[in-house]
Structures are given as C-alpha cells and as structure tokens.
Design a protein around this ligand. Structure first.
Ligand code: ASP
Ligand code: MG
Length: 430
C-alpha cells in the first residue's frame, strides 16, 4: 500500500477473484528504506500538536496522499478530504484519532479506486474499557456490511463506549481483518503482506530459514507472541472460534504459496518435532526459592499482590516444586523498580532465596510435533550447550507445544542459530 502502483496492485488482486468480497486496508508504509510510514508521521503530527509546533509531519502525509491520488488518476476530491482531516485532527486532539487517519484515508482512496462502498470502522469496531468488545463488534460489523456485495473497511481503529476513536496496538489492521472475516462468516481470511508468510526462524539471524507452509492457531500465537512479526499476535482471536483459516500471502509475489494457519484440532503436525523458533530480548526474571512452598497457602498470591501493586504484568511464570519465577518485560520496569519489588517479595513470603536476572533473551521452540518426538528437549539443550551458551531459565508449557529458554541477551543470536541448525539442518537422530 506504499504508493499508487502498489495500491493498484492490491486492487487488482482483490478484483481478480470474485470470492474476495471485503478489503481491509492499513496505512501506506515505506516506499524505500529511509522513507517514513504514514502512521509514524501521524504520531509525530500529534506530538507537534501538543508542543504547539507547526504540523510539518502532516504536510508530508498530505503530500503522500495527493501523490497517490494523482498517480492513480482518481476523481476523488482528496484536497477536500485532507483539509477536513486536518481540521478534525486539530479539533479532536487525540493521539489515537490522529494515528487512525492513515487507515481512514487509505480506505477512502481504495474505495474510490475500486468504485465500491467505504466503511468507517468507527461505527463497526467497538472497544469497552480499552479492550475489544468482540460480541458488539461482530454484530456492528455484520450490520455495516449487510447487503453490500463488496466494501473497503479502514483497519486499525474503532470507537470506545463514548464514541471516541480508539486504536489497536501497532500492526492492528491484521486484527481488523480477522474481525471482518468473523463478522461475515468468511471461508477464508487472506492477509496480504510483504513477505511470503512465516519462516522457521528470523531471516535476519539465520540465513534463508525454512518456509512454514502450515501452522496451527496455537503455534501461530506462540510464535507471533514471541517476536515473529508477520501477523499481529491477537489476529487469531476473532477467527478461531469460527474455525476460519488464515492465509498469509505476499503482495509482491502472489505466486508464492504463503502460510496457511488452520484450526488446532484436526491439524496434522509436520514430521519434524519443531515447527518454528522465535525469540525476544530484554526480559527480567525474578527467581524465588522456598522449601515446602507448595504447602504454604497463599504463597503465590502474596507475590502476585506485590507485582499488582506496582502495576506490573508478567509474561511467564515457570515453576518447580520449591521454586517459582516471574518473567517480566523490561520495558515495564522503571528505574529501581525491580530491586524494590524484590525487597517487597522478601518481606511478603520470606523466601530461602530471591534473586533477579536482567537482560535476558527468551527463545521459544514451538511445535505440536514435540510431544510426539521423544528426546526433543535433550536435543535442544545439547545444541545450546555445544554452542557454549549457559541457560538461565527454562519454561516448558504444560501443553508440550513449546519450550522457552532464557539466555543472556548477548547470547541471543548464537543460541537461535544453534537451535535452528539442530532442528532444521542436522539430519534427525535415528
Ligand atoms: N498502520 C498501523 C501501524 O503502523 C496499523 C497496521 O499497519 O496494521 O501500526
Ligand atoms: Mg501489517
């Protein structure tokens, strides 16, 4: 969606299959490496607005859309639409409203190009207390699309209970697409992006990693949550209950098969134990040890109250008989907070030991095949040991769908490569 040529490409893809009925668009992205994404320019616009500075970034947004409409030769009165949008940005003065205008404008342009109705997500996606209200949203969206053979819907935003524009987190147009698929009971949710789907490891770390043809919803959730950025990690929620498969396709290489994401039940895992590997840096771990903590009623609750008091959520909670750990995203922790939390935990539960680790990277090894292949974790830890990396933390999900390993940030890339080589480049052990 970055320029007129690409917008036309998307329109042609949409047109080429009459089964494609509803098109959800995101804001134009970068045209070249050093270019700005429209959404980033809009966030910049809001900061300038708050600082009372001239809206230079919005001038750039205007130029992009004027250029696009000109390139496409549309009769849409884009000057008028842009002027009105600027007036609204000044009037509403909300970050989320301003950020949402990239999708709004892109959808207006796409609807004009295709000659089909434009649907403003403000009236069709509803948030309640900051979270998506799924039930209301599905019925509002279904109502908005009723009787429309085809339509273009703006992604990324909706409205809260007061009618103010509210956005998803970054990349949220993927969630909007899933909402539309669910609301209309689609057979398939196609997500067109700029890569040919998921790969078994991050291509920036491992050279030409294997392509993943099929994933289950649960594998997708694990991988995307742990940093595989192809699709927003919340995109499966709307489609999951209705068993609507997702197909990730590359706009620039439509002939590539892409990745199909299918319901977990009935999914037949590949012969290899591991489907994919993903990871993220910058976590802190609080490790607590106390003999016989299992018999102490309210032990975990007292620890959790400390975290709650500081407004901290945790990502994982690996535990053993006498140990429990909390893995926290370092971005959540303010200066000195971790030490303070540790002190309060010591007061609350008098542990035998309480220590904290920082600058930890987590690596998730994911695959339904793991439960069926004996020795997967032995292979995993063996490979990490051979790479000379010290494992700082282990968390095996109770579903045997994933094993999460924590290593020091500095060992992240090395560990990813070692694990990838073990499961994807070495012939399986007899
Ligand atoms: N335009 C929004 C963003 O940059 C949403 C999206 O691209 O899906 O995050
Ligand atoms: Mg996206």
């Amino acid at each position: 969606m970055s320029d007129g040529t690409n917008i036309r490409r998307v329109a042609d893809l949409f047109d080429s299959d009459p089964e494609r009925r509803y098109l959800v668009v995101s804001a134009p992205g970068k045209r070249f490496g050093a270019d700005a994404k429209i959404t980033d320019l809009l966030y910049e616009t809001h900061r300038a607005l708050l600082d009372g500075k001239p809206l230079v970034a919005f001038q750039k947004v205007k130029e992009r859309f004027l250029g696009i409409v000109h390139e496409l030769g549309l009769s849409l009165d884009i000057e008028g639409v842009l002027e009105e949008t600027e007036r609204e940005i000044l009037r509403v003065r909300s970050e989320e409203f301003t950020a949402s205008r990239g999708e709004y404008l892109a959808a207006r342009v796409m609807a004009a190009l295709l000659g089909i109705p434009f649907i403003d997500a403000k009236g069709a996606v509803r948030f309640q207390g900051g979270r998506l209200d799924s039930e209301q949203t599905f019925s509002l969206m279904a109502a908005a699309l009723k009787g429309k053979k085809r339509a273009v819907i703006a992604g990324f935003y909706g409205a809260d209970e007061e009618g103010n524009v509210h956005t998803f987190s970054r990349g949220g147009s993927d969630v909007s697409g899933a909402i539309v698929a669910r609301a209309v009971g689609a057979d398939l949710y196609e997500n067109w992006t700029d890569v040919s789907g998921f790969f078994a490891c991050d291509p920036r770390i491992v050279d030409s990693p294997a392509h993943i043809g099929v994933l289950s919803y649960r594998e997708l959730r694990e991988l995307s949550y742990m940093g595989a950025n192809v699709l927003h990690s919340e995109s499966i929620f709307p489609v999951r209950e209705a068993n609507i498969p997702i197909l990730i396709k590359n706009t620039f290489r439509p002939e590539d098969a892409g990745t199909r994401i299918v319901p977990t039940a009935g999914y037949i895992p590949a012969a290899r134990p591991v489907t994919g590997i993903a990871g993220k840096k910058n976590f802190a771990v609080i490790f607590i040890e106390k003999s016989l903590m299992n018999s102490e009623i309210g032990f975990a609750r007292r620890i959790l109250s400390v975290l709650e008091k500081h407004g901290i959520s945790f990502e994982h909670m690996p535990s053993g008989i006498d140990t429990i750990s909390f893995v926290i995203d370092e971005a959540e922790l303010k200066e000195g907070m971790l030490e303070q939390i540790k002190r309060e935990i010591c007061e609350a539960v008098s542990p035998d030991q309480c220590k904290t680790l920082t600058d930890i990277a987590l690596i998730a090894v994911v695959g339904h095949g793991m439960s069926k292949n004996v020795g997967t974790s032995a292979r995993l830890f063996d490979a990490i040991a051979r790479a000379g990396v010290n494992v700082r933390m282990i968390d095996q999900g109770s579903s045997e769908l994933n094993i999460i390993v924590g290593v020091d940030n500095e060992n992240y890339e090395r560990t990813m490569r070692a694990v990838y080589d073990e499961f994807f480049r070495r012939p399986a052990h007899p």
